[in-house]
Design a binder for this molecule. Sequence first.
Ligand code: ADP
Ligand code: ZN
Ligand code: ZN
Length: 740
Amino acid sequence: MTNITELSQAIYRVRVAVPVHLYDCFDYQVSAEEYSQIKMGSRVAVSFGRQNVVGIVTEKLSAESPIDPRFKLKNITELLDDQPLINDTVLKLATWSAQYYQFPIGEVMHITLPTLLRQGKPYNLLARTWKVLDLDAEPRVKRSLKQLEAYKILKLHPQGTLETILNLSGVETATLKAIEKKGLIQCQLEAQNFEPEPVQLAQMPLTANDEQKKAIQRILKDQKNYHAFLLDGLTGSGKTEVYLQVMHEVLKQGKQVLVLVPEIGLTPQTISRFQSRFHCNIVLMHSGLNDAKRLQAWQYAQTGKASIILGTRSAIYTPMPNLGLIILDEEHDLSFKQQEGFRYHARDVAMYRAFLEKCPIILGSATPSIDSFHLAEQGKLTRMELNHRAGGASMPKIHLIDLKIAKKQHGISEALIKEVQTRLDNKEQVLIFLNRRGYAPVLICESCAWQANCPHCDAHFTLHKKPYEHLHCHHCGTINRLPDACPQCHQNTLKPIGMGTAKVEESLNELFPEHKIIRVDRDSTSRVGSWQKIYDQIHKSEPMILLGTQMLAKGHHFPYVTLVAILDIDSGLLSVDFRATERTAQLIIQVAGRAGRGEKKGEVYLQTLRPDHPLLNTLIQKDYRAFAKETLKDRQMALLPPCRYAVLLRCESKNQEDNQKFLTEMTELLRQHAGDLIDIWGPIPAPMERKAGRYQAHVVLLSLERAKLHFYLREWWQQVLHYKPSGMKLTIDVDPQELS
Ligand code: ADP
Ligand code: ZN
Ligand code: ZN
């Protein structure tokens, strides 16, 4: 018997998460010496299939653990780090996320690293400077064009050039190493300082009002434990001041704070508020940074040098040695949920992370998600209200305009036009909101009712007039020429129906010719820096009209806006998605919150064909909380999320019958195993059945018991993948936020 253990003792193995679309980690063999050096959470170069990849060590296996007989053990190629890059907590977080969201572990693990480290670049990359030793060595490199070019670049800067800069100009590290071998150049390491700096107050805190004080004290009572808080406060009620004062206490103890915001656009404002309050290292983590900046920010967070880490969604996976508080602002925002690939919800992952870190988490919003209201009812979140706007400003009043009876010009009611004129005459600003970009959402022939539809989707083309007239499908990106006449009856009777922001801009120019109109949507702000320019203009106290999509609704502070007009939200009231009314209500309140943030009182006008809609009326006559309460009650009655846990399986192929047949078989399989524990809806065609030429179908799983749902889901999903016919694409969405 002894020889088995003896044999296996000789084999040292590590388990490695490799970045491939497979659901397991893989074991690799290492030498005894390597085994003693390897740290969990460090990188190794390994070969996988025919590729060379960078993996992350998730486990060091004991000699007794069984050897997977399916695979021949390979050796690792190279140890890339002598220190762990990912700490234990983030290893656990990523492992949990992969299981919970049913996504390949290796791909999830890679999210925890910045791009350059994923590529296998050395940890000290930013310290590496290359310098020429011999200035007349061209003859010794001229046999290799690559080396010659690199050498010439290096000679331009005899004092040395950063490796990242060289890489950016196309010089590969391997080339540099080859020249180094010839003794012609040298790599110098600049000292990198990752020492944290003490945090100091740069500005006195405001005197908190009673509600703020209560919230701050309540949170601080649990500053050393896991506790989840929901700061439910009106726009402008001073949530940020609460964050700042709680942060200060946490920072004072030498801990780090992670702040998550929904969009890159919101980071400059937030960072400047933090910077004016604290003297400390603050780093930004978002997709807009270049690779080197991202690596640096990540290292500052990972070593503990940075005290405040401000980022978007994926920053939740940043390793931090000393995390003491997580803040997630605008928690209701949909952009915290990744809607493709690894479909995690940063809010839920953040709650789990706070639990692992044993630290408090604050979710903040003026319009908390129904999910969070539900958690608060269950006692899993402690909800705290802020009901007073600082400086005594009141929330704007919302007026409904019945579009069925209103007199209109260009789709805008005359009463509203008059209001806009009054504000402009008073030198105030007006915000006009329409969540639809382009010129018109439909192009129709008035003679024969032909409609311009995308040939690949079940959707209308949107008419755009700029930079030239064309038809654009917002679902698959197809662009078509605008026909000169109706393709069906050949008459010149094509007419745009409905309005997008570009059309409203045109109408406003006619209605208010002497006033400045600024349009903010994806079409007008796509150029880098244009948003900043727009922002600067808005902050001048000049009369103007701001016109835009939901880009304008998010968190921004527009001090001179006194009137907000919402032109059309009816599609949100009629949608088949049960969350659509929630999103619409949030949007209305968020947009409305842009008015009256300065000294003058604000007002809001909302045009609708459904002035009698019950939830809309609760929202307007009472408030968002009353709306949320009723919505939650409705969901409870209908047993919809968050009152049951949901999983959405999306299926896509060239043929809807194939989808239906496959999904019927698969749901039958699940029914046999799970019985009544899981309620299965479908298969049903997706709300947009055909998209980009492919057919979509859905299956929704619902259960009262999360653990059991996940238990069955894990096995079932592997079976589904196993039986999946080729040419069919399947994705799983745990806790889906959208049914599209
Ligand atoms: P929110 O984050 O809830 O939208 P903010 O934190 O941006 O609100 O606060 C709105 C405005 O009120 C800011 O200009 C802020 O400086 C001010 N403010 C917040 N709290 C106080 C306070 N306790 N005393 C005076 N002004 C305050
Ligand atoms: Zn026609
Ligand atoms: Zn299309």
